[in-house]
Design a protein around this ligand. Structure first.
Ligand code: NAP
Ligand code: G4F
Length: 390
């Protein structure tokens, strides 16, 4: 069936409506193509650009010469920390990173933005991405992580633009189905997050079959980095190692140490998504290292790398357990290797060491947090209280 995904609207590309302009960094970006091979004519639209993957993807695409447009949520504090290093001067004529306010809950805004930007490639990375939190906020997770995907697909369709679409799907889809998990392994979601991602996966496939766009699912196994959110287990561990090594903390509280994950290095996974959109035909691909280790082994390696014994510093707290757990995720990335030439080079063990090194360095650069004190006699004396982060 013919589709308005394929209409040529490049002439309609406008830059008004952009909120913030970040010019291209003048230094050579990691993974940057040579000047000759840079594709300066391509525009990409990235949701979730302020997240771990969005930050690496923006960096990769700018390095390849793309003009990059990102969707950011309005927040009462800055949420662009992972993009600051890409900033040079917003008045520069060769600015190639543009950020636009919007939200995956706001379909009208998505249509307007996609019509304005008319990107050649769309990467839908935005999500409520924390599995444990999805049990606390199942409806919000369904709305953003699930329905948000169809809002993006509909926005592309209604904007009438020709574009390629990549959906950030997840190995959480496999849930309780035993490893190794490949593109043909049945799904058994085990959390509100996984159920929402299952909808995102199937609606992306349905649009591909119904309307014929170049729409793909990257079924990604866990990938981490020094830019990983602090409440995911890898980063929680490596930050704790750095803090304990520096004498700032003594213990870290953890949940299930028996879970096995196939942890890889995030920059390699965003490059894999880019490869999916350069292929001749749209298809779905698993991205994984092919090896799994337990949370316990990640702890052992991370603490050991800093000459610490994890058993002296790790305590159990059942708040970190999930009502339904995913025991083992180990991916089979054969298809991505054979069809895309993609292969992970950093496994979970190397990743743990890389992240510990980075968090030790980050601590050396950290400044002391400061906040004002209220200058009112009637103000109650502040006390320290609260709950530990997930
Ligand atoms: P992340 O660091 O949690 O980033 C999530 C991004 O989504 C952030 O930019 C966040 O904005 C944005 N976002 C959240 N709610 C939104 C909303 N309502 N409207 C617009 N934007 C919203 O996640 P990540 O690790 O980079 O993962 C990227 C994608 O890959 C996610 O879809 C995730 O589910 C999926 N995935 C990740 C992995 C992994 O291991 N990392 C594996 C498989 C799949 P704020 O910065 O404002 O919060
Ligand atoms: O780091 P996690 O929170 O990641 P999880 O649940 O595997 O999900 C991540 O990977 C998915 C891909 O498979 C993504 F789709 C998703 O967006 C996210 O990026 O937990 C990993 C394991 C779990 O089994 C958890 O129960 O670590 C276990 N764990 C043990 N103690 C803990 C903790 N997890 C967290 N977050 N915090 C703990 O204290």
């Amino acid at each position: 069936m013919a589709s308005c995904f394929f209409k040529d609207v490049s002439a309609r590309h406008r830059k008004h409506g952009q909120l913030v302009a970040f010019p291209t960094v003048s230094r050579r970006l990691p993974g940057a193509a040579t000047q000759e091979s840079q594709d300066v004519s391509k525009r990409a639209f990235v949701t979730g650009i302020t997240g771990q993957d969005g930050s690496y993807l923006a960096e990769l695409l700018l390095g390849k010469g793309y003009e990059v447009h990102g969707l950011i949520r309005r927040a009462s504090t800055f949420n662009t920390a992972r993009l600051e290093h890409l900033y040079v001067d917003p008045h520069s004529a060769d600015a190639r990173l543009f950020l636009h306010y919007g939200d995956l809950s706001d379909g009208t805004r998505l249509v307007t933005l996609l019509a304005e930007v008319a990107p050649h490639e769309v990467y839908n990375l935005a999500a409520q991405s924390h599995v444990r939190v999805s049990f606390d906020e199942p409806e919000h997770t369904a709305d953003i992580t699930g329905t948000g995907t169809v809002r993006m697909l509909e926005a592309v369709r209604l904007a009438g633009i020709e574009t390629r679409f990549c959906q950030a799907s997840s190995s959480e889809l496999y849930g309780s189905t035993p490893p190794p998990q490949s593109e043909t392994t049945p799904f058994h979601p085990r959390s509100p997050y996984a159920a929402a991602k299952a909808y995102g996966y199937w609606i992306t496939r349905n649009y591909r079959e119904a309307y014929g766009p170049f729409a793909v699912n990257g079924i990604m196994f866990n990938h981490e980095s020094p830019r990983r959110g602090e409440t995911f287990v890898s980063r929680k561990i490596t930050r704790a190692v750095a803090a304990i090594r520096a004498g700032r903390e003594e213990f870290v509280y953890m949940g299930n140490l028996d879970a096995i994950r196939d942890w890889g290095y995030a920059p390699e996974y965003v490059e894999g998504m880019w490869r999916m959109l350069q292929a001749d035909e749209p298809d779905d691909y698993v991205l994984a290292t092919g090896t799994g280790i337990t949370v316990r082994e990640f702890l052992e390696i991370s603490f050991g790398h800093a000459d610490l014994d994890w058993e002296n510093h790790v305590k159990f707290d059942d708040r970190y357990l999930r009502p339904t757990e995913v025991a083992t995720l180990i991916g089979d990335p054969t298809k991505a290797r054979e069809k895309l030439g993609w292969q992970a080079t950093v496994d979970g063990r190397a990743l743990a060491r890389l992240m510990v090194n980075a968090d030790i360095e980050a601590l050396e650069h950290a400044s002391t947090p400061w906040i004002d004190e209220v200058r009112l006699d009637s103000w109650p004396t502040p006390t320290t209280h609260g709950t530990a982060p997930l």
